[in-house]
Design a protein around this ligand. Structure first.
Ligand code: AKG
Ligand code: FE2
Length: 320
């Protein structure tokens, strides 16, 4: 097989979510373990998220980004105590990138009534769109991917021989952030331009929906030293592990580098990533005897302390 034909594994999750016969769950657990050990990424069917919810989400994202720029700017995540809301195109730049990312994004997270713990918990910002056009489909979808992220965490624990009872602590008040993204058509004359530049996700499990047919995501394969294109297929999710999982599993699961170049078409590309990190104060469920006792919150603070401010009490509480 030539390396051009290497594709990410495709795992049918229905054997875990809705097992029909003995051995179904174990097969899925082994497939997910092998995929995450080899690639840090896999694609999945049988995930239980109805097409109607996926379509509702994409339609709402389209409506959101069609709002005038001045209106979107009023919802800037930079002015929000919980870092929820709108991120303008060109706002994120990673070390060494030639040009800022072209994507624009909108973040939501847990819906808590008051701002707590330096804004890790608190209310979302919602755009001034009719509730049934934005809030309702988006919230329904958030909850569905929240559930799927939790299921993937369970499978990852089982894959390393740990009981899923560890999820009780880990998913008590979990940090689950959803990022809706629009990539403009790629500028043909800007070679350093990425939709999203090469990066690893910093946290836990990522549940990603790409608009069908709008390819653009590429995953770095260490062994082959090659970018593998990830097909954007209808009703197929992409799941990947972030650095928290790479570190906490002792490297048994990989956190792989990836990037987006929306070069396949002259049209915009929509996607949506839900990042399931875990309870702010929870420690490593992938190795419960890990002596470091590092918390989810400590990892989040370390990742974002250059960008956002966190108060001393929070820093002490999560143990940075
Ligand atoms: O849009 C995509 O396909 C991937 C997005 C991504 O990697 C990210 O937001 O971390
Ligand atoms: Fe990513």
């Amino acid at each position: 097989m030539s390396t051009d034909e290497v594709t990410l594994p495709l795992v049918d999750l229905s054997g875990y979510i809705n097992p029909q016969k003995p051995g179904d769950k174990e097969r899925v657990i082994a497939e997910v373990r092998d995929a995450c050990a080899q690639y840090g990424f896999f694609q999945t069917t049988g995930h239980g998220i109805p097409m109607s919810q996926q379509k509702g989400l994409l339609k709402s994202i389209e409506t959101l980004f069609k709002m005038p720029l001045e209106e979107k700017r009023k919802l800037s995540f930079l002015n929000n105590p919980c870092r929820r809301g709108y991120e303008e195109s060109g706002a994120s730049l990673r070390d060494g990138d030639a040009l800022p990312d072209s994507k624009e994004a909108f973040y939501i997270g847990r819906e808590d009534p008051v701002v707590e713990h330096s804004g890790f918990y608190g209310p979302n910002v919602w755009p001034p769109l009719p509730k049934e056009e934005f809030h309702d489909p988006i919230w329904e979808y958030y909850q569905a991917t929240h559930k799927l992220g939790e299921i993937i965490w369970e499978i990852l624990l089982l894959g390393l021989g740990h009981p899923i009872s560890l999820m009780e602590e880990f998913a008590k008040r979990p940090m689950v952030v959803m990022k809706m993204i629009r990539y403009p058509p790629q500028a043909k004359d800007l070679p350093g331009q990425f939709g999203v530049g090469p990066h690893k996700d910093f946290g836990g499990v990522t549940v990603l929906l790409q608009e069908a047919g709008k390819h653009g995501l590429q995953v770095w394969h260490e062994g082959l030293e090659k970018w593998l294109p990830v097909k954007a297929m209808e009703d197929v999710y992409v799941i990947n592990c972030g650095d928290m999982i790479g570190k906490w599993s002792g490297g048994r699961y990989k956190s792989a580098k990836h990037q987006v170049i929306n070069a396949a078409s002259d049209e915009p590309r929509l996607s949506c990533a839900t990042f399931f990190h875990g309870d702010l104060f929870a420690t490593n469920p992938l190795d419960p005897s890990d002596p470091e006792r590092e918390t989810v919150g400590a990892l989040l603070v370390k990742r974002f302390r250059n960008q956002f401010s966190f108060d001393k009490e929070l820093i002490a509480a999560v143990g940075v």
